[in-house]
Design a binder for this molecule. Sequence first.
Ligand SMILES: Cc1ncc(COP(=O)(O)O)c(C=O)c1O
Ligand SMILES: N[C@@H](CCCC[NH3+])C(=O)O
Length: 448
Amino acid sequence: MFGTQTINEQGHLCIGGMDTKDLAKEFGTPLYIYDTALIKQKISEFKQAFNQHEGLKWQIAYASKAFSTVAMIQLIDQQGLSLDVVSGGELYTALKAGMNPERIHFHGNNKSESELAMALDAKIGAVIVDNFYELKLLEKMCAERNQEIAILLRVTPGVEAHTHEFIMTGQDDSKFGFNLDNGMADEAVKRSLRSPHLNLKGIHSHIGSQIFETDGFAGAIRIMMKHVDTWARDFAFQLDVLNVGGGFGIHYTEGDNPLPIERYIDTIVDTTEEECTRYNLTMPEVWIEPGRSVVGEAGTTLYTVGSSKKIPGIRNYLSVDGGMSDNIRPSLYQAQYKAICANKALEPADSQVALAGKCCESGDVLIKEADLPESCSAGDLVAVFSTGAYGYSMASHYNRITNPAVVFVENGEASLVVRRETYEDLIRQDMALNNLSRNSSQYENAKN
Ligand SMILES: Cc1ncc(COP(=O)(O)O)c(C=O)c1O
Ligand SMILES: N[C@@H](CCCC[NH3+])C(=O)O
């Protein structure tokens, strides 16, 4: 049980003081439910961990790729956090939500000219430059506009985080960033410092996601600071900001043992201080970019059970009204989740089933071995926990399945923050084109 989750006398799962059975009735299923009190608690744990370090300057930029909607960005803004965006769409959402642009940091390994123009127009706080192409393009664009912008350089420290290989990002063979060990990063620092419009504030690394130990962070910091020392001597570079990215692990199943947030933060801050002392450097501002650890455990997906199939001696399947279209992670990363029967939560979970989705794909199984009550069947509700990160944000329209609604719940109130997609929504873009081609018979004739 996470955050405000409880079971009431009727055996119904409640979140934020709301009975999930009532939520299903009012908003339908599948439904993404977010416990906003838990999101705020996670944010406060990060802040407290930093505040233990007196005199330290820090910034927490929520990685909006984990879950970006207007309401979520507004919550982040109210909490005084900064924001990491990685595309024009995420930037647009942030700006429309009213996020202070000065606290927006723009990531991405292939930002387009129009995306960079959007960032420059909005005068965002920092661009995290990923490669030489971008460095040159951004300098050119700033020169044309006679505008300056703060940048960090994303570096690849050559550290392998202990996590799934698809979500490791700090190793040498990565599409992200300037490699430290082959001179790429040295060259990028040199070029940035020469640029009249790019204000190089520091460096950034992100070693991976769902990390349960602190060694990877400490290792990356040691490697980065060694290079910072060289750059300080060779190019008079001054490190104002050290951004160590996100990646702090959360609880999905019993096998996951996330560390308390302060363990990560203490390691990051203490290691940076040690290295500054070693090289006689000034302590930089420390920035982090948590995504999953802010929203993951706060999200629960509620489904309705439909069909079932019993294959004697092999497996029993129970299918729900969503699947890989609202949560791609089990199929993409073999990610594991826990579920309960949300309207029979007091019944013993004495039956093991494969909780399948409704997509036309054998691999569309949300949980291979889910423990649910024997009686859990058509019409019952199943809640899958810890779906708050990379669920909604990685949802697809496979099989033309509409994306679920999103509700925020707190103190006995539910607010719909994203309405359920309709079939009309699905064909809106097609219709625009169909009308166009129907009206352009001249073009069709010319083709024939
Ligand atoms: C650059 C960067 N920052 C932050 C994050 C957020 O990571 P997480 O959600 O694991 O905290 C990611 C995603 O892995 C990332 O690529
Ligand atoms: N999307 C991934 C993590 C990668 C995040 C971005 N670097 C996940 O669901 O675990």
